[in-house]
Ligand binder design. Structure first.
Ligand code: NAD
Length: 486
């Protein structure tokens, strides 16, 4: 198979877009790989899906030992085939994920699938490093780790599976998934398609496996399985804590509460537009989405107007009081997170506003609340398109509040400012895996920003945006007194 070029990618994306414009939502898109576009029966086995963790691990182990003997050309061929197929299935998988989980926006899930299919690094990430000197030469190469046990969230089921699979397989490994139970049928379908694609491209069967009925117990069984060398865990604090107790290397991608600061030097209209786009992306379920804005009081009214001009709905104070009773199961003490009502996680703004008798259509992507600094919304990872804007007197106070509201997750943060000193000070103080200046936070994932993409941002373990190197063992060969040829 010919290597995927930029022109190929653009061609596939435009075909997806043409198909979308001609296909009403809910209708089955044309597909070359999946005859079955509806969710399959729960528990269906085959094409990488097994009844137990032991079977899934054993099959992936056999696959990995054969894959490890293949050269880099095979890896490139398989990863290219995965990219093509996932682009081709981007809309189908988005529709399945949206239908099964009820979270987010179908059209944004398509963008997420396209992003990871095109911008997750492939085997080219494993460029060897050579050093030479008076004592000879040393080369470092990136060896496979073997089997990676991957645990995925309900918020980005398919984009995480696509991203993790490309990273793990590019490094010569096999992957065993324990997916979120609320996305199990979509995830199983995604894994079945990946297995068909891999075998069609000449790879072994079962290079990616999963259990048909994932549970917390099967997640724990995967974590402690002796044949699983490395864990890749993407989710909230509970699963991160559990993985850290497994007694093996755990790449942990945990929760965030990304603050965005807007200072008086920013292009306020552009900032308002960017924050509405970023905070509403997939209805705010993505861990990197803006979760609260901290704005200098002198420009706060202009920012709120800019957000309204970009299509956000500004809550009146009496509406906020009513909405709090809807979206919080329990509000916490001041300056602390509250407990969010899960029924409204990932829902459209129109659905949430309807609960307080406000009728808007689905073009309204974000609900904005002007709140005091200690309001629970500022401190909570709400994962819904209800977004707090809070006022402070100056940029130093804003940065200080941003650090505290982020809870030390060191995940994602950003600023709108033209003051390089403020940008630098905040980036240093936040100490996050991703810091975005003057753009929506999805730019930090490579969507409209530079750099590669990942949907597992491993801040607790310090790995940052995961990539093939993350799932490799660096190995050195040292030749003493020779092979420096100049
Ligand atoms: P979740 O923690 O409920 O579930 C994530 C996965 O972990 C699921 O597969 C779930 O079954 C499993 N799990 C949960 N608790 C477990 C336990 N105690 N033992 C074993 N397995 C367990 O999270 P979610 O609602 O699916 O996703 C949203 C959360 O994930 C948010 O906090 C978000 O910030 C975070 N997230 C982080 C990243 C990142 O890259 N850092 C990416 C996506 C989501």
């Amino acid at each position: 198979m010919k290597e995927l070029t930029q022109a190929d990618i653009e061609d596939i994306i435009s075909r997806v877009q043409v198909r979308l414009s001609g296909v009403p939502e809910g209708a089955a898109p044309a597909s070359t790989l999946v005859a079955q576009t509806e969710l399959q029966t729960d528990g269906e086995l085959g094409d990488g899906i097994f009844a137990t963790i032991d079977e899934a691990v054993a099959a992936a182990r056999v696959a990995q030992s054969s894959y490890a003997t293949e050269g880099l050309k095979t890896r490139h061929r398989i990863v290219d085939a995965i990219r093509r197929a996932m682009l081709d299935e981007a809309d189908n998988l988005a529709r399945l994920a949206h239908t099964e989980t009820g979270l987010g926006r179908y059209e944004d899930k398509i963008k997420k699938n396209i992003l990871v299919a095109t911008k997750t690094p492939g085997p080219e990430d494993l460029e060897p490093v050579a050093v030479t000197g008076d004592d000879g030469m040393a080369v470092t190469e990136w060896a496979p780790v073997g089997l990676v046990g991957a645990i995925t969230p309900t918020t980005n089921p398919t984009s995480t599976i696509i991203n993790n699979s490309i990273s793990i397989l590019s490094a010569g490994n096999a992957a065993v998934f324990n997916v979120h139970p609320n996305a199990k049928r979509t995830s199983a379908e995604n894994i079945r398609i990946l297995n068909r694609v891999i075998t069609q491209a000449g790879g072994p069967p079962n290079l990616i496996t999963a259990v048909a009925t994932p549970t917390l117990d099967s997640a724990k069984a995967l974590m402690v399985h002796p044949d699983v060398r490395v864990l890749l865990v993407t989710g909230g604090p509970g699963v991160v804590k559990e993985a850290l107790q497994a007694g093996k290397r755990a790449v942990t991608a945990g929760p965030g509460n990304p603050p965005v600061v807007v200072d008086e030097t920013a292009d306020i209209e552009k900032a308002g537009q960017a924050i509405v786009a970023g905070a509403s992306f997939d209805n705010n379920v993505i861990c990197t989405d803006e979760k609260e804005a901290i704005v200098i009081d002198a420009v706060a009214d202009r920012l709120l107007k800019a957000m309204a001009d970009s299509g956000a709905y500004l809550l009146k104070q009496h509406e906020l009081a009513r909405l709090e009773r809807v979206i919080f199961r329990e509000m916490g003490p001041p300056n602390k997170p509250g407990s969010i009502n899960p029924a409204f996680i990932g829902k459209n703004a129109s659905v949430i506003l309807k609960e307080i008798g406000v009728a808007v259509d689905d073009s309204v992507r974000l609900v904005v609340a002007d709140v005091p600094n200690d309001h629970n919304l500022v401190w909570t990872e709400q994962m819904m398109p209800v977004f707090p804007v809070t006022r402070v007197r100056d940029v130093s106070t804003a940065i200080d509040l941003a650090v505290r509201a982020e809870h030390g997750f060191r995940h994602t943060a950003g600023i709108h400012s033209t003051n390089v000193d403020a940008i630098t000070r905040m980036a240093r103080a936040m100490n996050c895996s991703i810091f975005v200046a003057n753009g929506p936070f999805f730019s930090g994932l490579g969507q409209g920003g530079e750099g590669y993409s990942s949907f597992s941002i491993a801040s607790p373990s310090g790995d940052g945006l995961t990539r093939p190197r993350t799932f490799s063992r660096p190995r050195r060969v040292s030749v003493v007194g020779a092979l420096r040829i100049v």
